[in-house]
Every structure is written in structure tokens, then in C-alpha cells.
Ligand binder design. Sequence first.
Ligand code: KG4
Ligand code: ZN
Length: 498
Amino acid sequence: MTGSVRDMTLLDLDSVMSIERASFLSPWSEGQFRDELARLGEGRCWMVVEEDGRVIGFGGIAVFGDEAHVMDLAVESAYRGMGIGRRLLLSLMRSAVEGGASRMTLEARPANMAARALYASVGFVEAGTRPGYYTDTGEDALIMWTPGLSVEAVEAMVTADRGDDLVLAIETSCDETAAAVMRGGRELLSSVVASQVDFHARFGGVVPEIASRKHTEAIVAAVDEALAEAGVGFKDLTALAVTHGPGLIGALVVGVAYAKGLSLATGLPLVGVNHLEGHIFANKLADPALEPPLIALVVSGGHTALVHVPEWGVYHTLGETLDDAAGEAFDKVAKLLGLGYPGGPAISRLALEGDPNAIAFPRAMLRSGNYNFSLSGLKTAVITYVEAEKRAGREIAIPDLAASFQAAVIDVQVAKAVRAAEEYGVEAFCLAGGVAANAALREGLRVAMTERGIRFSVPTYDLCTDNAAMIAAAGHFRLQRGAFLGLDAEAVANLALG
Ligand code: KG4
Ligand code: ZN
């Protein structure tokens, strides 16, 4: 790690002034810094980062009651992008919360994207603008602030940066009640999945009311079991992570309410995780070296999306399904064939014995020129085929039908995935979501990507469908980013990715 953080003194002023002048259009004067340093006991805190005896960055805050304001912060240009600003900010945040602040505010120039990204990376969110704030250019200032700051929250971020955070994650977005404990975002200590599938199977799909009720019944035991299996108690944890969307609202609410209750009772900070980001992070557990820029194909019971990930935490959805999600299509076709719920596993098993070329089903949107998908036409084609065969008095070869349907889904997904990877010039691709458990899809994408020299990642089979291990992995990342949920946070059924 570059540099060490310490308090600023008058002896640092020459170095501080040279960094200040090189960094800003309207730099502070030396007199202003002297005034600040004269007030160190009165809620002011100024720090520098030193490397080989040289000051390479500095920053300062003023604490007014429960609010700390970032006065100034800069890093010498040669040392930018090395995490120095982040370490300075975390040190200032620690001093702010220890001084009684529960939120931090600052002004940034809207055009200064590097500064905005730095502040966002420790939990600052944009709150509004201050018109005409910068007198030199007449520019407005962007006001940023950190909701939910506490001593525990800042400690947890520092611990996560060191990589020895212990996160308890909770997932209840659909029909699995899941809890997991993970260290440092990679070492899985326990992963409990209490499936409700038997209760939904007789209805041929997930019944939201049943899901909510079953989550309420199972969540306490799932969390207890995850802690016991990991051999840890609440006092050992660094933070809690919970899926707060997207998903069934009544199901999400159970996990979010329970996690908020735990956070209140234990004092542990709570971070919110997007379910789809969780699915993508399951890839980090199987392939820890996976790094963006990458393209992810997220295919589950509720979603089908091609996503460009230029860096972790930034997600550009290139295309989505216009109607049924991939898993939903598998489930609906399985229901039609009387194969039970969920349909994906049954269809992929039968497809192993069938001929994928037996029936020519449509490849919808294959040449649409965009990254959207449509699966309801394929579903209708299957229905029409089955009815026609029945009318003709022919017996349906279910394995051939399963293999042909599956091939029609996979062909389009592989073609669009390859085109996205090539258009965005990424060197990595990952597959995510419940349908990633489909062996033929995994194989099709693996061959297509590796042929083109693109790294291909896919989660282990057990971490494709809903689980809390993936929420813990994404939770570790969200913890580093200071993405805390307050006690007023709510579940969001259609929470957007990114
Ligand atoms: O991610 P997930 O567990 O839940 C949602 O977030 O929706 O995905 C469940 C979906 C179901 O539709 C299920 O049929 C599908 O994933 N699935 C499969 C396979 N295993 C599960 N689809 C195709 N082939 C599989 N082997
Ligand atoms: Zn899912």
C-alpha cells in the first residue's frame, strides 16, 4: 500500500500548497490553511499522506454538530488512481464519526468526474446542486453526502478494505430463503438455502403469498444455521447484507425487515444488494481473477439481460427480454409438457437424450440488430406444435421437443452474447442466474467465447440458482463502497441494476 496517513502540521504547508496549486483552478491561499490549522481543536481535522518522507496528498474536514464537511482534498497527480484519496477519506470519516458526526457533506465540480467517482466509492451520494457556487467559472456545485454514517459503518469499510470482513447475507427475493457467512468477499464459511419449491410445485409456479409466509417461517432458522455452520456469532460479524430488490415485493420485504431488525439489535451496519448484481458476483466465487471490463448474460426466472460491466458497480443493460424471461420460458414449456416446476432442470435433463435438430423452432430476434430477446413466440410455437401433433394422433417425442426448444433459446443467447463481447471489445464474459445451471448453455457459451480468446466464467452449479453466498460476495463489494441502508430503507420490487 502506498503512503501512510498522519495529521497535518504547519511544516507540511509548502508541500500542501504545491499540490493545491497544481490541482485546482482557484486554489486556497496559504493563509487559509494557516487559519484552519490554528483551529485544529475546534472540530477541524486535517491529514496528509506521506510516502518516503514526502507529502503526496492531503485533506481536511470541519465538524459542525452531527455534520462533517469536507473542506478540501487533493492528491499529487503522479499518485492518483492508487487508492490514496480513498484512504484519506476513510481516515477523515473515522475522525468525523468519532467527533460525533452522523453524516458528511461536500461540494464538487460537476465536471470533475474523478472526484465524483472517488466520493461515490466511499458512499457519498448526490443530493442536489448549489447554483453559481464556483465564482471563478460561475459553475454550480454538486452537493454530495453520506447517509447512514456511524463508527461501526466506517470501521466496517476499513475492515472490508483489509479483506477480513465477516458478512452475514440474507436473500429472500423469490422462493428460496437463504443465509450465508463469508470472509473477505471470497471465503465461504456457510451457505444455507431453505427451498420452498415443494410448496409451489403443486401450483406449477411461485405463489407470492405462499413465498412471503414461508420466508417468515424459515428466516430465523436459516440465519441461525448459517451462523452455527460458520462457527460464528453476531459479535464476530462486520456487517449484514440483504437483497433489497428486484423480486417479489412481499418476499423481499421479509428479508429487508428482518435484516433491519438485526442491524438495530446488534448495531451491525447493513448494506443493500441488487439480486442481479449478486448473480453476477457468483462468478467471482468460481473465478476470483475475473475482472471487468466484461459482458454478463443474466438469465433467471425473472430476468434475461445482456449487461456491459466496464467496472464493478457500473452496469449498462444493453438489452432485455421483451416478454418472458429465459427461466420463465423453460418453466412454461415444462408445465405444458406436464414436467412439473421448476421446469429448467427437467427440460435440460430430457434434452440430453433428444435431438436438438428434430424440430425447427423459431430463433426470435436473432437478426434484430439489437440486444433484446423475445421468448413468448417460441413458447407459442411449442404449444402449436404440441397441439398439431396431438390432432394428428402422433405421440410426442418429449426428449426431441425439449432438446429442440432448448437449442432455440441457446442459439439466440449465444449469438447475441458473442456480438456484445465483440462490439464492446471485452476480454471477459460471464454467465449468471438460475438458467446458468443449464449445461448446454454453459457449453455453448464456453466454446463460443474461448474460440474468440475471451475468458469465460460461470458459477458452480449450486451457486447459479438463488443463494445467499452470491449476496455475501456482492455485499462485501457494497460494504467497501459504503452502500449502507438506513432503517428507513425499503425493498424495491423493480430495483434497477446500476
Ligand atoms: O435465479 P433463479 O434461481 O431465480 C430467479 O431469480 O428467478 O432462477 C430460477 C430459474 C427457473 O426459471 C428455473 O427453471 C431456471 O432458473 N433453471 C434452469 C435450469 N436450472 C434452473 N433453466 C434451464 N436449465 C436449467 N438446468
Ligand atoms: Zn435469481
